[in-house]
Write a protein that binds this ligand. Structure first.
Ligand code: PEP
Ligand code: MN
Length: 315
């Protein structure tokens, strides 16, 4: 990739900017939420929407632990046609009801051009999955959808190809694009994919678009979500998208990588510490939140500089 002859124009950094200056342009999601500013934004929720009760419980917990967006798939891109394909339109209705009850905005995947209008009526952020990163008809349609788009990197896509995919959305009229590094395919089999930490830094040199990281699909293992989340924030990610489920072993998709509510709370607390060390913030709420080690009363202002073992117990 050469800065002098970029193949992408709208997604590129203005030529007078250098990577040493803060240059990410925040993307507005709602009147009170933007991605790409000093706050590290967390999206969390189940892989798939499996029903109303589980989504409501998930929304309440992730919001209470500090997440700003609820994730959940109604339309699921599954490698096997025999695997659970999601609740479809029923899932969208459930999501809208959960958003009404909890006030947390929602990010959900759109698989197909025929779904764009329906999903855009409900979603606050439209997700393009890794498998669809180069579905150019879908990207063009999302350019006209009027909602921000979370564009996930294809498992075999180069950074330049991710940026050109973003360019397709932007060239069709939508500059509210958020990129997502979610792991790429390598020779390694110890993890589901390989989280490309370098890509976060490279993207910061190449584009003004915010960058989220998905540690759940990258590692494919719940025990890797904490270290990958912390590494992503340290490398400059503008946020994380994390899978959380009320009962991970019983999940209808991606059971191995989903966090329990308690594990998610731990990730939030540790992430807030790393964010602080990087001159960023993660807003932890004014609630009693439960870590896996104990129930801890936290009241603001949080003194995140204190050692972890002091007030906040971390597993
Ligand atoms: C997802 O986030 O639900 C998903 C399917 O992820 P990816 O497209 O990155 O595989
Ligand atoms: Mn998943």
């Amino acid at each position: 990739m050469s800065r002098s002859t970029p193949e992408y124009i709208l997604a590129a950094l203005p030529t007078h900017q250098t990577a040493s200056l803060p240059h990410t342009r925040p993307v507005r999601v709602t009147d009170t939420l933007s991605i790409g500013g000093s706050e590290v934004v967390i999206a969390a929720g189940p892989c798939s929407i499996e029903g109303f009760d589980m989504l409501l419980a998930s929304a309440r917990h992730v919001k209470a632990a500090g997440a700003s967006l609820l994730r959940g798939g109604a339309f699921k891109p599954r490698t096997s046609p025999y695997a659970f394909q999601g609740l479809g339109d029923e899932g969208l209705v459930i999501m809208a009801e959960v958003r009404d009850r909890t006030g947390i905005p929602i990010v959900t995947e759109v698989l197909d051009t025929r779904q764009v209008d329906r999903v855009a009526q409900i979603a606050d952020v439209m997700q393009v999955g890794a498998r669809n990163m180069q579905n150019f008809a879908l990207l063009a349609e999302l350019g006209r959808c009027g909602k921000p788009v979370l564009l996930k990197r294809g498992a075999s896509a180069r950074v330049a190809e991710l940026l050109l995919a973003a360019e397709h959305i932007m060239a069709n009229g939508n500059d509210r694009v958020i990129l997502c590094e979610r792991g790429i395919r390598t020779f390694e089999t110890g993890t589901r994919y390989t989280l490309d930490i370098s890509a976060i830094a490279v993207l910061k040199h190449e584009t003004h678009l915010p960058v989220l990281v998905d540690p759940s699909h990258a590692g494919g293992r719940s025990d890797l979500v904490m270290p990958l989340s912390l590494a992503a924030i340290a490398a400059g990610a503008d946020g994380l998208i994390i899978e959380v489920h009320p009962n991970p072993p019983a999940a209808l998709s991606d059971a191995d990588q989903q966090l329990t509510f308690e594990q998610f709370t731990d990730v939030m607390i540790q992430s807030a510490r790393v964010a602080l060390a990087c001159d960023r913030t993660i807003k932890l709420p004014e609630l009693n939140i439960r870590t896996s080690a104990e129930t801890t009363e936290l009241s603001p202002p949080f003194d995140l500089r204190r050692p972890a073992r002091d007030k906040v117990a971390v597993a």
